[in-house]
Design a protein around this ligand. Structure first.
Ligand code: SF4
Ligand code: SF4
Length: 188
């Protein structure tokens, strides 16, 4: 008898849920807004003058614990924008399938060239398609919502708190109120 009651109860729950509005959405047609610090993918950025921000220093590649970043540094070349010599990356790939989203690559970047984005890449059927190429990373600069952090902001968070100003240290301590002897004590 208990089995019948349980079956009827579960059927009732199924029917009730069936008639409710779905709480899920179709992805990637509908993309829900993500929290400011949500980490989903990556973008490479340009400077304000249009030059590539990445200087090919390899720091992100070296710090990556999953070793998913591969960069072909170009060495120093004349900038087409400023005419000055500076470093570039000839190629840059990031294998999203093995990334642990630790954000260390973003933190160490000295030029804030690499940032994380809050929007997932479109799902794929093969791991190879999750390797973000340099053109894909630069394309994400325009089309994806950026996460909160860049290298400068993350390094600022690591900085030690500033010591109090010297004047505050040199200020004399406030006088302490003398403690009155207890009345009616044992003093003759
Ligand atoms: S987030 Fe971490 S694991 Fe992913 S690429 Fe950057 S350093 Fe590597
Ligand atoms: S993304 Fe940043 S850390 Fe990585 S190679 Fe380019 S400049 Fe260096």
């Amino acid at each position: 008898m208990g089995y019948v009651a349980d079956s009827l109860r579960s059927m009732g729950i199924t029917l009730r849920t069936f008639l409710q509005k779905p709480v899920t959405v179709e992805f990637p047609e509908v993309r829900r807004p993500r929290a400011e610090r949500y980490r989903a993918s990556f973008a490479l950025l340009h400077e304000a003058d249009g030059d590539e921000a990445c200087i090919g220093c390899l720091q992100c590649e070296r710090i990556c614990p999953s070793q998913v970043i591969a960069i072909k540094a170009a060495g120093k070349k004349e900038s087409p924008v400023t005419g000055k010599k500076r470093g570039y990356a000839d190629d840059f790939t990031l294998d999203l399938s093995a990334c642990i989203f630790c954000e260390l690559c973003v933190q160490v970047c000295p030029t804030d060239a690499i940032v994380m984005t809050r929007e997932q890449e479109t799902p794929t059927f093969s791991r190879e398609e999750l390797v973000l190429t340099m053109p894909m990373l630069y394309a994400n600069e325009k089309s994806k919502h950026r996460a909160w952090a860049d290298g400068t902001k993350l390094m600022d968070m690591q900085a030690l708190p500033k010591p109090p100003p010297a004047a505050a240290l040199a200020a004399p301590a406030a006088p302490t109120t003398p403690v009155a002897p207890p009345s009616g004590g044992g003093t003759p």
